[in-house]
Structure formats: structure tokens, C-alpha cells
Design a protein around this ligand. Sequence first.
Ligand code: PMV
Length: 306
Amino acid sequence: MGIGYGKVILFGEHFVVYGLPAIAASTDRKTEVVISEFNGEGILCDYEGRWEGRNLLEEDEETEWFRKIVFLLLKELELEGKSFKIQIKNNIPVGAGMGSSAAISVALGRALDEFFELGLGEERVSELAFKAEEVFHGTPSGIDNTLATFGGLIWFEKGKEIEKIGVKEPINIVIARIERKGNTKELVGRVREKREKNLEEFRLLEEKARGIVGNAKKTLEDNNLDELGKLMDENQKLLREIGVSTEEMDELCEIALKEGALGAKLTGAGGGGCMIALTPEEELQGKVAKGLEEKSLEVIKTKIGV
Ligand code: PMV
């Protein structure tokens, strides 16, 4: 079986595309892919709760995005023409900023590695998922495939070695999901346009983002969670300034803060999608989660730094 982890970006989304640092963490949400023998011709695929018995040799609108990933990986691994069965299980919200597409690519890469005994190694699995992300996202920073592969709590800078961040104990958070307008590619494209039009102004925001992410690393290591929450709020302000938050997202952050969360911000590309709120004590986590229920499609209580 192959596993890929879902993630939340705690600090630095969008700015990470331009080489600035970001901090992200895996959650308990994941994708699992199992590959087994198939005696027929083609690639038989089940995706729990979504589709069953689809042969990926046949074009099909619903499975199109997944066919693209599968055939890209098979080409990269020189496995074209092989027949097998794929079973997918996923509990990461899809298209919501939690890296579900990278997680599925990583899980598939690992499952192919195991079934065909390829001896790929972690870096290659991550690289394959990056290639798949390029198809969907255009210019991914690499943070999604990295987290989906390695998990944990990490400091990420494009093109550099990842750095693990150590915390005293796992930290409780609440994730709330609302509808998302626009996909990652569109949102990243919109920010890029804005940046190119007002480069000087954008550079000031980039410096602010660099400061926030640097301070966040220190506060995580020092277990200074009050300060960490304030930095999340500051990061949310920056995301609002670059135009990727929405009224509904701002409202969700306000609700979380009113219920006592130490900080709240959108996570991922924005345009709706997921919000994360910092809620260290379990009781507080429950209270914030309850408060968010009415306005959310889904509320998840989880931990980072596990
Ligand atoms: O919304 P997601 O999970 O696809 O995250 C995108 C994160 C961005 O920083 C907006 C883009 C990137 O490639 O880093």
C-alpha cells in the first residue's frame, strides 16, 4: 500500500511560490492506494465513495484528472502498457487547499514502487508528484508534494533541503472548509498578475511575509502559542491584501477568534477552501469547532507536529 499525507500550510502560502519560506504540517488525513493483479487488459480503478470498476483505458470525464496522473507516472517509470488494479481511499477534502492531489500522486507513486519493485526512494516519489502537480497547478512551489511525501512539521523553501521543526508536543487545530471559488492554478495566476503589476508594493508584502514566517518558526520551537496565534492573524491580513481571502473566509476567521482561538487564517491557495484555527486545549478545540459548524461544509479537529 502507498500513503500520501494531506497538509495544511501554517504560514507563507503564495509567497512560497516566489522563493520565500513557508511552514506546513501534515495532518491525520491521508490517501491510501493499493495496487494488485488484474487479469484483464488495462487499469481497473476503484475510488471509494466516488467510482467503481472504471477502466482507465476508456476516456471518462469523471476520471480524467486521475487518468492524467496515472499515465504521467507510468510514462516516467517506463511502465506503459501494464495491466493492474488500483484501489483508492481518501479522507482529505478534495480541492480545498489540503493538498489532496499531491497526496494521491504520492500514494500512487509509492504503490507502483511496491507492486513493481522499482526501488524508487522518497525523493523520486516526491519528484513524480511534483511533475503531476505541474500539470494541474502550472508553477507549484513544491510544498504540496514534499509534505505529501515526508509529512511532519517543516520549514520549506523552494529548491532547498527541507528542515524539520521540533515542537514540545503536538498542537491542536481546527480546520473548517467552505466552498472554494477558483482552483489553485487560477488563484496563483491571479496573484502573479498582481505581483507583476505592482512589483515594488508586492516586495514590501514579501518582506513582511518573510518576517512572519521566521518569527513563527521561533515561536513554534519556544512553544509560545499566544504569539503564534497573533502571527497567524498577521499572515491572514497579508493574504487578504493579495486578494486570495473572501468575505466568507474572513467571517470564518472572525467566528474562530470570537470562540477563543489564538489565531486563524486561510490555508492553501484560498478563494474559500479551508481555514485553520489555533486551539491548543482540547476543550477550546471543541468549542471553536462547534462554533464553526453552522457556516462550514466540514469541520475537522486534528493535530500538527505529531
Ligand atoms: O491550495 P493548495 O493545497 O493547492 O496549496 C497551494 C499553495 C500555494 O502556495 C498557493 C501554491 C504553491 O504551489 O505553493
